[in-house]
Ligand binder design. Structure first.
Ligand code: ADP
Ligand code: MN
Ligand code: MN
Ligand code: MN
Length: 338
């Protein structure tokens, strides 16, 4: 008898990486080992030296195929010396975890996304050649006029739970056709693994319903909210006292740090971080309690309890969770270690 392993990896598409996958059929009792692919077709190699190695790093049940079938997330390695491929961002997340893992970093990522009609390239739920009513009723809305695509969200959530991913919630967003799921709390490497797996499952559910999933940061210009990936973060010290919370916020605002972080927070940052639509401008840094117009928000409950976590509101929906988590772990980790 056999089962199927879906090998999943992150490609080299510019400016925003895409998920790729292919299927391996295994005999019962065999485990998924290293494999490879044609990197010249994924912007990861040239044709004359095209092989890239797939190294399995995280696996879970395949809730779409069911049975004994599995999903296998892989790192990409160079054939020459089995070192991380230049597009392998998980390696940096591992390094951050090795360095500051003893601080017990936790992440909760809020992945926003937009459902798009493949034929019209227009958001799911927008009238075919026009616009819906202005923003206001859609966020966490209920009812057929306000909501489109809830069946897809429900299906995706069930698949994430069946796969054992750390999905912690979902909600309809401010723009029609825009939704969010949250992954966490999980450590620097695990949160990236689970976000990429959850993205994969979302694209697959989209195929079934003929809806394209877009992670574009500002899919509709004008008076429509963009799509972000708010990054909630804490360390053990932050979960135990307020001083570490303040230290973390100050470290994120230190000279050079806002620029360094924004460079890893996704494509189209200037289009989304305008200072309007619940964002701080990309060229300004601020933090504050309950402030959705700040770069970093301290939730009111955290201020009240005098401990907890902070929310970095800047990452775009199209950011790489490994890159975001590594930056955060290193910047805050370094400040808290000294
Ligand atoms: P918002 O109010 O900004 O919409 P959400 O409820 O969407 O917030 O997301 C909050 C996220 O923060 C969840 O993924 C949750 O797991 C995560 N979270 C909660 N506590 C912590 C913590 N101590 N450290 C890191 N993340 C946390
Ligand atoms: Mn949220
Ligand atoms: Mn949101
Ligand atoms: Mn948020």
């Amino acid at each position: 008898m056999t089962y199927r392993a879906e090998y999943i990896w992150i490609d080299g598409t510019e400016p925003t990486r895409e998920v790729r996958s292919k299927t391996k059929i295994l005999a019962d009792g065999d485990t998924p080992g290293i494999w490879g692919f044609d990197g010249s077709s994924t912007n990861q190699a040239t044709g004359d030296n095209s092989d890239v190695v797939l190294q399995p790093v995280f696996q879970c049940p395949d809730p779409i195929r069911g049975g004994d079938n599995i999903l296998v997330l892989c790192e990409t390695l160079l054939t020459e010396d089995m070192s991380p491929h230049p597009t392998n961002t998980r390696a940096a997340a591992r390094a951050a975890m090795d360095k500051y893992g003893d601080q017990e970093p936790w992440f909760g990522l809020e992945q926003e996304y937009t459902m798009v009609d493949p034929a019209t390239q227009w958001p799911h739920g927008f009238p075919a050649h026009g616009f819906p009513g202005p923003q206001g009723p859609y966020y966490c809305g209920v009812g057929a006029i306000k909501i489109a695509g809830r069946d897809i969200v429900e299906e995706h959530t069930t698949l994430c739970i069946e796969a054992g991913l750390a999905i912690s919630g979902t909600n309809a967003e401010v723009m029609p056709g825009q939704w969010e799921f949250q992954i966490g709390p999980a450590d620097t490497v695990t949160v990236g693994d689970h976000v990429w797996m959850a993205r994969y499952l979302l694209y697959r559910v989209g195929e079934i319903h003929n809806v394209e999933i877009s992670l574009e940061a500002k899919p509709m210009k004008g008076d429509w909210n963009g799509a972000g990936m708010h990054t909630n973060f804490s360390t053990k010290a932050m979960r135990e006292g307020y001083e570490a919370i303040t230290t973390a916020c100050e470290a994120l605002g230190a000279a050079g740090k806002p620029e360094e972080h924004l460079a890893g927070y996704g494509i189209g940052i200037e289009d989304r971080l305008t200072g309007a639509h619940e964002t701080q401008r990309y060229d300004q840094f601020s933090y504050g309690v309950s402030d959705r117009g700040a770069s970093i928000r301290i939730p009111w409950q955290v201020a009240k309890d005098g401990k907890g976590y902070i929310e970095d509101r800047r990452p775009n929906a199209n950011a790489d969770p490994y890159v975001v988590a590594a930056l955060m772990t290193n910047t805050v980790g370094e400040a808290l270690a000294s």
